[in-house]
Write a protein that binds this ligand. Structure first.
Ligand SMILES: [Zn+2]
Length: 338
């Protein structure tokens, strides 16, 4: 990676389509939350950096849950949402972001859905006003909590629908959480005008991606890593222009792939699949969106124009309002000197 390509990536206007709300909390944000709620999580940012340093998947879950436990009030939700948006805009060059939120975990910890909705919407307006970042929401089902969590998440999406909600998702573990059980929820979300963006094929085989397509009518696939094992599936994704939200560092951290060198990103591109590059839970996986673009540039052998095309594909695969798509694509053109 030449320094100049890294600089180009840093300044490139981007869209981020697969990044989790709580999973985006940085050590400095967690320090503030830990100061509000004294307990086992350190407030010292250097100690927090050590705590965050990715060791293995179990440790990642430990960090994630520790952060979840620090989000106890609507004001905490507002703070985190605003800070995540601010960081995307000011540090990563993001102009448009779809943030995956899991409202059910906050409601389970005692935050009423009405207060949660108001907090994220207030933060969304403030981030757009202060930093020019347009944010939208994806509400995802924490799959490990099963159908009751899906019922609740659907209720939040339909009966307490925030203005910024564009899509309905499904996260959590895939093993032992069959996708078809959530078909009625995705049908109801789709009928209400939401797009369907489940995680699939991250830690299980291509059959989970097929399930997401056939049973959940996925418009985009979160990860889809194992699709690389199934040429018919790749052909289907390419033919129907169903984008994959690829998160390379996350896939290595969770051992979905053994190493970056073995990541199937190039295989997706060579099969004609529309790929987008995203960061998933960046501070917890020791990465940033810029870093993921650098990795993609290495894996795909991209120059500046190739990297700009990758950014354009993310805008095209997004559910941004038409005027935002047009504006960000024009910004990319201008930046890339097209
Ligand atoms: Zn994810």
């Amino acid at each position: 990676m030449s320094g100049s390509l890294a600089d180009f990536i840093a300044g490139l206007p981007k869209a981020e389509l697969h990044v989790h709300h709580v999973g985006s909390a940085s050590p400095s944000m967690v320090s503030e939350l830990a100061a509000r709620h004294p307990g086992p999580v350190p407030t010292d940012v250097d100690r927090l950096r050590d705590f965050f340093a990715f060791r293995d998947f179990d440790h990642f879950i430990e960090v994630y849950l520790a952060v979840v436990d620090l989000i106890r009030s609507a004001e905490d939700v507002r703070f985190l949402t605003y800070e995540v948006g601010r960081a995307l805009a000011t540090e990563e060059g993001v102009r448009y972001a779809e943030l995956t939120c899991t409202p059910h975990t906050s409601v389970l910890r005692g935050i009423p859905i009405e207060a949660y909705t108001e907090a994220i919407e207030d933060a969304r307006a403030a981030v757009e006003r202060d930093h020019g970042l347009v944010m939208r929401w994806i509400y995802d089902i924490p799959g490990e909590l099963g159908v009751p969590a899906a019922d609740a998440t659907l209720t939040y999406a339909l009966e307490h629908r925030p203005d910024g909600l564009v899509a309905f998702g499904l996260g959590g573990p895939e093993v032992g959480v069959p996708r078809p059980q959530f078909a009625p929820h995705f049908t109801a979300a789709r009928d209400a005008g939401l797009r369907c963006v489940p995680h699939a094929g991250e830690t299980t085989g291509p059959e989970t991606v097929w399930d997401a397509l056939h049973h959940l009518h996925a418009d985009r696939i979160g990860h889809g890593t194992s699709a690389a094992q199934d040429p018919a599936l790749l052909a289907h994704l390419a033919e129907h222009r169903i984008p994959l939200e690829v998160c390379p560092s996350s896939n290595v951290a969770t051992r979905a792939v053994a190493s970056l060198a073995e990541h199937p990103l190039a295989a997706f591109r060579d099969a004609g699949v529309l790929v987008t590059v995203n960061s998933d839970d960046p501070p917890m996986f020791g990465t940033t969106l810029r870093r993921e673009y650098e990795i993609a540039a290495d894996l795909l052998g991209l120059d500046e124009q190739g990297v700009a095309d990758l950014a354009r594909d993310a805008v095209r695969a997004s559910y941004a309002p038409e005027e935002v798509r047009t504006r960000v694509l024009a910004e990319i053109d201008e930046y890339a000197g097209a």
